[in-house]
Design a protein around this ligand. Structure first.
Ligand SMILES: Nc1nc2c(c(=O)[nH]1)N[C@H]1C(S)=C(S)[C@@H](COP(=O)(O)O)O[C@H]1N2
Ligand SMILES: [Mo]
Length: 404
């Protein structure tokens, strides 16, 4: 695992208000002091250089160049995907998976499948173990089920295992898995797993896992395998996820949670903002709690939590999709948008993140703590149940600031 604690530089890069928030501040700024500092602009789609990277490997596959890259099959010309049956037998596999034919796909063949089956999806990428989203992108690719259909009729397949290039060293393999049902059947309103070959209108960069990366819309980052090259169909019902070995929940979904930026103070006004991830349980709204700074961080069992006064924050409005989406992509083509009207089926979008902000005015001089939390569509405030760290970092975040 690379770096799980974000540097201050990274935090600052991630920790700025969104463009949409700025626009909404523009409208609501009449109450703000003239020249008040504002939250910095942050685009809805994360710029390539602002995405955070979580990659294993020594050397990391995306640092390979030249001949090594060609040998690794990580150029568009040399990339191949192999779909096979899993040949391992163990106590639970008494009847091996069978398919009519193994399949090897190259990059042009995947793009050709895309002409018929392509899907586009706006996703917040987040690591289960990092309390800041890594970035948000428009991913384009082919549903995994359409690739598996090329294998013809299959039997005794209960799970799909997959992994990418890892320096030809099996010990470095980073792998993940899904159930057959999750891959082949998508309930209404749910989202297919897909093999992504484009990100934000361009090819998937090597650092983001290109030429081809798995994208599992509902999951934390560890299911979205980078440098994808191998798929195995198995009759083993158990997960093989590398992440499960590290005491993480291999079936975790993205958590609904608020992630705070640094507070921007100007005179007696404090602007609080950040990103809220719209996870499995949906996102109703974000709330903040302001209190005088104590000597120490509040413990979970501190009685102060019982008397907390949470005030609603503002979610960014929908951006202007024509200016957010890459050239040639219109909203009605994107999953989660109405095919006729091009309007989102929900706002915020499922499994994406949305900026939030609130302005605290007329504060007396002193030191303060501010906290932010989401309330999901069940009406449950984050984290409820308490801070499930091994299924996603969603503890309530705190920032401190001072009014002079
Ligand atoms: N092949 C491969 N895929 C991988 C990883 C990896 O180390 N190797 N890391 C995973 C983890 S833990 C996360 S959180 C995401 C991070 O995606 P990003 O680096 O594009 O932000 O990639 C996932 N896919
Ligand atoms: Mo991760």
């Amino acid at each position: 695992m690379s770096n799980h604690s974000l540097s201050r530089r990274q935090a600052v890069k991630l920790g700025v208000g969104s463009l949409a928030a700025l626009q909404s501040f523009g409208q609501a700024s009449s109450g703000l002091a003239e020249g008040a500092a504002q939250l910095k602009a942050r685009p809805f789609l994360t710029r390539a250089e602002d995405f955070e990277d979580v990659s294993r490997g020594n050397p990391k596959p995306h640092t390979l160049t030249g001949e090594a890259l060609v040998k690794a099959g990580l150029t568009q010309e040399t990339w191949r995907l192999e779909v096979r049956t899993d040949e391992t037998t163990n106590a639970v596999v008494t009847q091996k998976a069978q398919i009519e034919r193994p399949v090897t796909l190259d990059y042009p063949a995947l793009l050709q499948l895309g002409q018929k089956h392509r899907v586009l999806f706006l996703k917040a990428m987040q690591c289960l173990n990092i309390a800041t989203p890594l970035g948000q992108g428009l991913w384009e690719g082919v549903p995994l089920r359409d690739v598996l259909r090329l294998c013809g009729p299959m039997s005794n397949v209960r799970r799909v295992y997959f992994w990418g290039f890892h320096n030809d060293d099996p010990k470095q393999r980073f792998q993940s898995s899904l159930s057959y049902t999750q891959v082949m059947e998508t309930p209404p309103g749910e989202l297919p797993v897909f093999l992504a070959y484009r990100l934000n209108g361009g090819p998937v960069s090597l650092e983001r896992g290109g030429p081809v990366r798995m994208v599992v819309p509902w999951a934390h980052g560890f299911k979205s395998i980078k440098w994808l090259q191998q798929i195995r169909l198995t009759n083993d019902y158990q997960t093989n996820d590398t992440y499960a070995e590290k005491n993480n929940d291999p079936e975790s979904h993205l958590k609904t949670a608020a992630y705070l930026d640094d507070v921007v103070v100007s005179g007696r006004t404090a602007q609080v903002g950040g990103w809220a991830v719209n996870g499995l349980s949906g996102l109703s709204h974000v709330e903040t709690w302001l209190r005088p700074a104590g000597a120490a961080v509040l413990k979970d069992e501190d009685p102060a939590w019982q008397t907390a006064v949470w005030q609603p924050a503002t979610l960014d409005p929908q951006p202007d999709w024509a200016s957010v989406l890459p050239a040639g992509v219109s909203p009605e083509q994107v999953l989660g948008f109405d095919r006729q009207t091009g309007r989102p089926l929900s706002w915020p979008l499922r499994y994406s993140m949305v900026g939030f902000s609130t302005t605290l005015r007329d504060l007396k001089p002193g030191k303060y703590e501010v906290r932010a939390r989401t309330v999901d569509l069940n009406g449950f405030a984050q984290p409820e149940p308490r801070d499930l760290q091994k299924s996603g970092k969603n503890g309530i975040q705190t920032r401190t600031f001072e009014i002079a």
